[in-house]
Design a protein. Structure first.
Ligand code: NAP
Length: 361
């Protein structure tokens, strides 16, 4: 998933004041830019406190942007996501009543009041940013816009999951010391990387940090190669046909597919075995698999995700989350929790399902 974070702040870093009314920090030009950002994404995520305080609709309102999404074959409305521990969410909020996109609420408890207005997801594990991203990818979301508030932005920043951060700083607005007002603050050093500054209008300065380069084109190219490789794997009633490409930090490529040299080997193992036999360094390497690397094996002692963590892989890219057919897979989440940069491209998932049609008929 590609994650864009965006917020408007006053010159002294506040995202709102302490009054019950919503403080408008954005200018019309900035609002239009945010509309473009929303239109480029599949879903928008805000914390539950923002829903309670601001009651935002979180829509793409601009007609030309909606028309462009239509022309691209995408729904006019983006999906909306929030998360809560308290469950204090009311079905009459604009989040639920406005727009035709899907609405997801991740919660630590069941929320019967939202039946019929949102998909309420109650995971068995704590709600972390890694878990939210993993669950949203499983629901087909590839581009996510995180719009706040400050606690939500900090959660994603701490997990290292923000690819691009855009702050619109209103230089004409300063609150002074407002003890109870929500203020944007990240861990020390987080923003100490190069960023760009540009004036959008006479008041708004746009600061942009790119924490990870955009690798989408290369990712899709090597994923397609992995899917091609999966076609060489013999169909079996007890395993998926998967292809894998390892790319080392020096750019060497090694390939593999399920059962290539052994009836118990997964595609990732085959590619890694070739890389190790060639004496390649795998620390910092990327794994491109047609399907999510596994987290549990019955036929071998070590799962592919554990192997990748042990060898120091930096990236894991795949198309399809493993369906819950044989085991309940947690590979992507294990890798994210281990600090690996994980990217899923659900838009290629249909091709992987087609390669594995023998299991789904
Ligand atoms: N200027 C801007 O661009 C902008 C954008 C958005 C928001 N805002 C402002 O930001 C303020 C709200 O920000 P905020 O930081 O206080 O809150 P927030 O980030 O909007 O939401 C925080 C809430 O998310 C839920 N949450 C967070 N971590 C969780 C976890 N691990 N598990 C389960 N739930 C979790 C909790 O909801 P529960 O309390 O329900 O458990 C928590 O109270 C508002 O004043 C709003 O106006 C400004």
């Amino acid at each position: 998933m590609n994650i864009y974070a965006s917020a408007a702040v006053t010159a002294d870093g506040y995202m709102d004041d302490a009054s019950p009314e919503r403080l408008i920090i954005s200018t019309p030009e900035d609002f239009m830019e945010v509309q473009r950002l929303r239109a480029a994404c599949d879903a928008i995520l805000v914390g539950a406190e923002t829903l309670r305080r601001d009651n935002p609709s979180l829509l793409v309102r601009d007609e030309s942007l909606r028309a462009r999404r239509r022309a691209e074959g995408r729904p006019e409305d983006i999906d909306k996501v929030t998360f809560t521990a308290s469950g204090r969410l009311d079905p009459s909020m604009n989040f639920f009543t406005q727009g035709a996109g899907r609405k997801f609420v991740f919660s630590t408890r069941p929320l019967p009041q939202l039946a019929g207005v949102a998909e309420v997801v109650v995971p068995e594990e704590p709600l972390t940013a890694q878990l939210l991203v993993t669950e949203l990818e499983k629901r087909g979301i590839e581009r996510l816009l995180v719009e706040g508030g400050p606690r939500t932005l900090r959660l994603f920043a701490r997990a290292g999951l923000i690819d691009t951060l855009r702050l619109a700083v209103n230089r004409s607005m300063r609150l002074g010391v407002e003890a109870d007002a929500p203020r944007l603050c990240f861990d020390e050093g987080y923003l100490d990387v190069p960023h760009t500054d540009a004036m959008l209008d006479d008041r708004m300065e746009i600061r942009t940090w790119r924490f990870h380069p955009n690798t989408r084109e290369e990712d899709l190219c090597l994923l397609r190669r992995a899917i091609e490789l999966s076609l060489q794997s013999p169909p079996s009633p007890t395993s998926y046909r998967v292809g894998a490409v390892v790319r080392t930090a020096r750019g060497e490529l090694f390939t593999g597919y399920t059962h290539e040299t052994s009836p118990t080997h997964h595609a990732e193992q085959e590619a890694v075995a070739k890389a190790l036999a060639a004496g390649a360094e795998l620390r910092g390497a990327a794994m491109y698999s047609s399907m999510e690397p596994c987290s549990r094996r019955s036929s071998e002692p070590e799962s592919c995700s554990a192997m990748m963590l042990r060898l120091g892989f930096a990236r894991a890219v795949f198309a399809l989350y493993e369906p819950d057919r044989f085991v309940c897979c947690r590979g992507a989440l294990n890798l994210r929790e281990g600090g690996v940069d994980v990217r899923a491209y659900p838009s290629l998932g249909g091709e992987v399902l087609a390669v594995n049609a023998h299991l789904f008929h």
